[in-house]
Design a protein around this ligand. Structure first.
Ligand code: DQA
Length: 144
């Protein structure tokens, strides 16, 4: 499968940022383990701290035939809780999108308990650390 992982704001700091919530693994380490576990998949990665760039990347995955994307794993970071525009983009592209969060957002501050993406994503996996990315890729396989 051709899978795109999209990470939103501040997730470029994984491994250095708030390890109590997000652990100590860097995204490079997470991706290396993921690609080793799914060697037959083409796993592309995109991260941006900018809402519009994330939306543009989702549009490209959904509408550019050259992208040949089969599914997306999306950790939108803080935009999860605020961005109607990102939710609109997920809804618009018609690809299966799995929402992931490293931390258990349901057990955190009230503003993190609401996801604007939950209703438009195919499923949500949260609170299991880096394994959420692996489980989301597995979910995309099973949904095929
Ligand atoms: C996060 C949870 C969000 O609330 C937070 O803003 C993040 C990371 C997570 O992976 O647990 O940046 O999406």
């Amino acid at each position: 499968m051709n899978i795109l992982i999209v990470n939103g704001p501040n997730l470029n700091l994984l491994g250095r940022r708030d390890p109590a919530h997000y652990g100590t693994a860097t995204m490079e380490e997470i991706l290396e383990a993921l690609r080793a576990e799914y060697p037959d998949d083409d796993i592309d990665y995109y991260q941006s701290n900018h809402e519009g760039d994330l939306i543009d990347r989702l549009h490209e995955a959904g509408y550019d035939p050259a992208a040949e994307c089969d599914g997306i794993v999306l950790n939108a970071g803080g935009y999860t809780h605020t961005s109607v525009a990102l939710a609109d983009a997920v809804e618009a592209i018609g690809l299966p999108v799995i929402e992931v969060h490293l931390s258990r957002v349901a057990a955190r501050e009230p503003e993190r308990r609401c996801s604007l993406l939950g209703a438009v994503c195919r499923g949500t996996i949260a609170g299991l650390g880096p394994a959420v990315y692996t489980l989301a890729v597995e979910a995309l396989h099973r949904l095929r």
